[in-house]
Design a protein around this ligand. Structure first.
Ligand SMILES: [Zn+2]
Length: 217
């Protein structure tokens, strides 16, 4: 069975989500903004097989070179714009913080809307393009888990004023995100706690109203 663990990165407050199966050694990460050791993140008996990046902002990619050092065969999956950001410290904003980050090595696979990647037996990850916070922003659906990065953080307005942000694209993406949530969805955003059930529904109703986006439950 699929297990999803949330790791809150320090000092960035962004989330890294760890996807694994019962008794399996392989894990996948959603975002990699961690600064801790790989061992602390996933335990010493696990192996990171792939990292899926919602976007290239430094607080979501900080640990990517550590992953590649520990697991050189690990795949990196992201949008074309995010790939550019991985090699450009100004695009990923790390240039403006104390520790510039660019990807040193690794295989980057790019993909877009409705592509899907097999993680485990009978378990696929589906991609949604959700630009707005950043031009290359993606959201990922795995089973009933919905990883939205910074494209949607319940109860918090989406930041669109950074480089690569776009207000109009954000509205379209939010519409897509809201309509991709179902009764059993567990929404896992790029920062803050996960949301499900009534709390998620209430947040979407309030957020949809804020953006004047029609939303029918
Ligand atoms: Zn961001």
């Amino acid at each position: 069975m699929l297990t999803v663990k949330q790791y809150v990165n320090n000092p960035y407050t962004s989330n890294t989500f760890i996807l694994e199966e019962d008794n399996g050694a392989d894990v996948y990460l959603i975002d990699a903004g961690f600064t801790c050791s790989i061992k602390e993140l996933i335990g010493s008996d696990k192996k990171i097989k792939g990292v899926f990046l919602t976007h290239a902002h430094y607080d979501h990619i900080h640990g990517i070179n550590e992953v590649m050092k520990a697991f050189p065969d690990c795949g990196i999956y992201c949008s074309i714009d995010t790939k550019q950001g991985l090699y450009n410290e100004k695009l990923n904003l790390s240039f403006y913080h104390e520790e510039p980050i660019t990807l040193k090595s690794g295989m980057v696979t790019t993909f877009g809307n409705n592509d899907s990647v097999r993680l485990f037996e009978n378990c696929h990850l589906k991609i949604l393009e959700t630009p707005g916070h950043n031009s290359g922003s993606l959201s990922f659906i795995v089973s009933n888990y919905f990883f939205t990065g910074d494209s949607y953080i319940p109860n918090i307005p989406v930041v669109t004023k950074l480089k690569g942000g776009n207000k109009e694209a954000n509205l379209k993406s939010l519409e897509l995100i809201y309509s991709s949530c179902y009764g059993d969805t567990i929404l896992c955003p790029g920062h803050g706690p996960t949301f499900k059930g009534g709390a998620l529904e209430q947040a979407i109703v309030t957020d949809a109203k804020r953006y004047n986006i029609p939303f029918n439950i």
